[in-house]
Design a protein around this ligand. Structure first.
Ligand code: ATP
Length: 200
């Protein structure tokens, strides 16, 4: 049985928070590989004006994961086009010899039963591996885990790890690149003058 982690996101841009959650999941859940899957069009949020293109977001994910033998960019959602629903990706990637783990942060678990399309079927196709994005979220996550498990007969693992608090929004609005993204991603953002950052 292959244990495959899936980390979906807009990655606008990708950052150490994404990498931290994925690499913790790999260790915590003995994953063979983690696919980083940039959305084409996120169904539940607008890409803000001045966002990187899909090709640029893919390239930055490639740079984020380069040199990590267990991590890989997947352009499956970009290729599919249109709005990117996780359920469609899971249906494409499911296989009898694979255990799929969907790696998500706090915000995604909290909105799971409210906004995710086909939440029940998602829970049948994968285990949810949840990482806190900020300190003091553990109790909230555990409460939500129990309600989702009861509602959908889901397998939800809330992992106990010190968080790496950062968001793409923080980076787009001028956050310290050196601290928040790997050097190759920082260089790409600078060279391509992404996000109209004022402190370049
Ligand atoms: P934005 O600020 O543009 O909304 P974001 O930082 O939330 O972006 P996304 O690409 O939308 O990043 O997130 C993709 C996935 O990664 C989501 O499941 C999200 O919860 C998770 N994630 C993002 N940042 C972190 C973090 N610092 N720690 C753990 N998980 C994270």
């Amino acid at each position: 049985m292959t244990r495959l982690g899936l980390m979906g996101g807009t990655f606008n841009p990708p950052h150490y928070g994404h990498l931290h959650a994925a690499s913790c999941a790999r260790e915590d859940l003995q994953l063979d590989r983690v696919l980083f899957i940039p959305t084409n069009l996120p169904p539940h949020k607008q890409l803000p004006a001045g966002s990187a293109t899909a090709a640029q977001r893919c390239e930055m994910v490639r740079l984020l994961t380069q040199g990590l033998p267990w991590a890989e960019l997947s352009d499956i959602e970009i290729e599919r086009g249109g709005a990117s629903y996780t359920i469609d990706t899971l249906r494409q990637l499911t296989a009898p010899d694979r255990h799929l783990f969907l790696i998500i942060g706090t915000d995604m678990l909290l909105s799971f039963d409210r906004v995710w399309r086909s939440a029940g079927e998602i829970c049948q196709l994968c285990t949810l591996a949840v990482y806190a994005r900020d300190a003091d979220e553990q109790q909230l996550l555990n409460e939500k885990k129990h309600s989702i498990e009861q509602k959908f007969q889901a397998d939800v693992r809330v992992m106990e790890r010190a968080p790496f608090p950062v968001s793409s929004t923080e980076i787009r609005s001028g956050g310290d690149l050196e601290r928040l993204v790997p050097p190759a991603v920082a260089e790409y953002i600078r060279e391509n003058q992404l996000y109209d950052r004022k402190n370049l």
